[in-house]
Design a protein. Sequence first.
Length: 475
Amino acid sequence: MPRTKQKFDLVIAANRLPVDRVVDADGEVSWRTSPGGLVTAMESVMRGREGAWVGWAGEAGEAPEPFEQDDMFLNPVALSEDEVAHYYEGFSNDTLWPIYHDVIVSATFHRYWFAAYEVVNRRFAEAVCEVAAKGATVWVHDYQLQLVPAMVREMRPDVRIGWFNHIPFPPVELFAQLPWRRAILEGLLGADFLGFQRVADAQNFIRACRQLLSLPTKGDTVSESRSEGARRIRASAVPISIDFKGLEELAKQPGTHARAKEIRASLGDPETLILGVDRLDYTKGIGHRIKAYGELLEEGRVAPPKQMFVQVATPSRERVDAYRDLRAEIEGEVGRLNGEFSTIGAPAVQYLHHSYPRNEMAALYLAADVLLVTPLRDGMNLVAKEYVTCRHDNGGALVLSEFTGAYHELHQAFVCNPHDIEGLKQTIMRAIETPPKEKARLMRAMRRRVADHDVQHWAARFLENLAKAPERGGV
Ligand code: ADQ
């Protein structure tokens, strides 16, 4: 039985709905829109259209009834406890995530995880079809939903289907390890347009279709013939961004400036405040960064309280073994450095395992003289873009790994290879020591790039490409 008769021209499908459930003191349940970039981007494209969002509400068990929130229709998908463990923590985060991030940790393969992934993807596809108007545009997000495009196409050949990958797409040599590689490629080929963060990601996908499915490819398109006729599918780079205007505005508020000052003061007004902000994930290169910083401390090239290092590590995926191990490893190393190099009132590494509201993040960015972004592999890395957006004073310096999507846009960063500890140490020192005038020039150029290519531009560009596929979109 369909739970709703309402139909929409634009349907978004993502693992999570853009809302969090909140229960007030009287036990009253309500929903709060989560302040992500994706929501802002979707708000901009949904203006003037009838839009719906399909996703999981974040708690195992029965799904809430469809509801409206901030002018968006939300169609929740249910996940049982087992499905959360097998589809989400298992296949998505312990099979696909490592394979798609260069196998930094080894991937785990279980047939029953993939079985759950298929079941859940079908449930998402059905929830999409339930709310899609005739000829609607369907935009599927990310690696958790790679089978959805073909499933939707099978049920609803009338709709236009796009998929965007927020994470890298691996080289075929790594992708080929997946026992379910064929099913995944065929799932994705149900789309009209596939968007990736980097040109290399799109090329990896095209190469996988050619080598593993023996399909003809030409430039950025793959040709596929089914009984219903031949189709051409386009795959290209549409790098994601952030809400530049919204975040810059927040960073300009006097309250944010006052808080940034307060943060510096509470750290003893160091000469240089160095910051790291990441989800606690093994892809982010937090260990490499701490190793490099530890050696700089040992060599006396940095020392508290003159240089202070703040590492914010957001709790993440704590039920997956590799993440528990990583946390223990990072916290052990931070403890060792603090035992050795802290002085009373001045820790060598100030480590914060918390989530913060957006205004606190903006204040941290404003307070930091150097931001360290050192992933071993990262689809884009929005933290880098957020930092330059907040630096409307043209202050600060960005150290950026060449293994991020952001590296392909932010050419004026202090670029590093995080595996090269010696090189990373030198880059950190350069970021600290480069004269402010030169740093301001670099920052200005990076800010221009993000301002011109914000998240609203990204969403419009994706939809334009989807509308024109298999031809190129003009935006
Ligand atoms: P993530 O791997 O989560 O995203 P990232 O792009 O850096 O990585 O985004 C993290 C977001 O979380 C940022 O908006 C940041 O401000 C926020 N955040 C981090 N720490 C926080 C904290 N302690 N408190 C509050 N907020 C915090 C995936 C891919 C990326 C890709 C994005 C978007 O892995 O490569 O850039 O999707 O496509």
